[in-house]
Write a protein that binds this ligand. Structure first.
Ligand SMILES: O=c1ccn([C@H]2C[C@H](O)[C@@H](COP(=O)(O)OP(=O)(O)OP(=O)(O)O)O2)c(=O)[nH]1
Ligand SMILES: [Mg+2]
Length: 151
């Protein structure tokens, strides 16, 4: 287990609402809860930025966190992320925010404390681009976007 510092910004977190945690021993994500004061109804097409009640500082530049939809909410109710995937930089120290987008056809109400997204810590390889005139040839070359066919 990796230790990552967080600051609790909403007093309900860790009391009324569980702190972000892995739901099972094998879970890759930590579920994030909506720190809302009242239920929030997202109409079809609506997007709102929702507080999670904590700030995090990953600190290690070799790590980042990605925010991903929960599959049940996304598939059954159309509740996904307005930015599709959220990226938390290792030097970010602000509140983790979740952009919730109702891409479905029906209104959906998010309750205070509801698990709305998941955070996955991922390794990062930082790079410095080196400008060259030519590449060592590869089998693919510049072919892409389906050039290998469909079967
Ligand atoms: O879903 C998200 C995405 C980002 N962030 C925070 C953490 C991240 O480190 C910071 C900046 O995110 P990003 O680089 O994706 O956004 P930007 O539009 O490029 O903003 P900036 O100019 O601040 O880098 O915002 C969130 O809290 N939730
Ligand atoms: Mg940025």
């Amino acid at each position: 287990m990796r230790r990552v510092e967080i600051k609790v910004l909403d007093a309900r977190l860790g009391r009324e609402f569980a702190l972000p945690q892995h739901a099972t021993d094998g879970a890759a994500g930590l579920d994030l809860r909506a720190c809302l004061d009242a239920p929030l109804t997202l109409l079809p097409g609506q997007t709102e930025l929702i507080r999670t009640g904590f700030a995090m500082h990953i600190a290690d530049p070799g790590l980042a966190a990605v925010l991903l939809p929960r599959s049940g909410l996304g598939h059954k109710h159309g509740i996904v992320l307005g930015n599709l995937v959220g990226l938390i930089d290792s030097d970010y120290q602000g509140e983790v925010m979740v952009s919730c987008w109702n891409r479905g056809a029906a209104p959906f109400t998010i309750e205070p404390g509801e698990r709305i997204a998941q955070l996955v810590l991922v390794p990062v390889v930082r790079a410095e681009f080196a400008v060259v005139e030519s590449f060592t040839p590869s089998a693919r070359g510049a072919g892409g976007f389906g050039h290998t066919g469909r079967d």
